[in-house]
Design a protein around this ligand. Sequence first.
Ligand SMILES: Nc1ncnc2c1ncn2[C@@H]1O[C@H](COP(=O)(O)OP(=O)(O)O)[C@@H](O)[C@H]1O
Ligand SMILES: [Mg+2]
Length: 219
Amino acid sequence: MDTLTEQTLLKKGAEASIYLANWNERKVIVKIRIPKRYRPPALDDRIRSYRTVHEPQLMHEAKAAGVTTPLIYMVNVNEAAITMQYIEGQQVKQLLNNSSAEKRKEVCFQIGNLIAKLHNHGLIHGDLTTSNMIQTPEGKIVFVDFGLGEKNSELEAQGVDLHLMKRALQSTHYRFWEECFKDVLSGYQCVVGAETTEKVYEKIREIERRGRYVEERKQ
Ligand SMILES: Nc1ncnc2c1ncn2[C@@H]1O[C@H](COP(=O)(O)OP(=O)(O)O)[C@@H](O)[C@H]1O
Ligand SMILES: [Mg+2]
């Protein structure tokens, strides 16, 4: 009864393989972290085990922060496999590219809101890209992929998190990334207030200045 059936590979990523499967008459996602040959085997085992345990924990914490994440059904540390609820919907990446300016504004505002809820709760997502967000048919945004996340309440970590979001928008949605990021920050501000948002924004600028400095030194 507890077996996974009809497994189909949805995505073979750099870090994990994502399968769509059936488990107890539910549609589930099985995320299996694949061994990395370039890492010494013992270290590789540790990293994969750690992330396999850590990701569901952070997803659980995110729920407490008011951010919807997939339900976790099973965690198999030996196989570095997580079985979780399949979230029906559309990747925000696709959604932003195929919708009106008005719709984009609404979605980005909502995303900013959710990031602020995580940060307010001392959580860092660690990989804020529009591929890691799914909009359900009811219009709710669900965050996935907490494998690189952490518990951290520092401004620096929050700045890095939002800087990553900015970079992801620039590279994936270059035609309208500016308005998108502005709306993300408006949504963020709505939860944490103007003062905190200004501090995080200044942090992002500092991170960018550091980046430019490193680039100049390389030349
Ligand atoms: N629970 C889920 N329900 C629906 N789609 C999912 C779910 N988890 C992941 N996905 C999809 O699979 C993609 C890859 O999963 P992700 O956890 O981000 O792995 P990776 O570390 O390879 O990026 C995501 O971008 C998302 O589109
Ligand atoms: Mg991902």
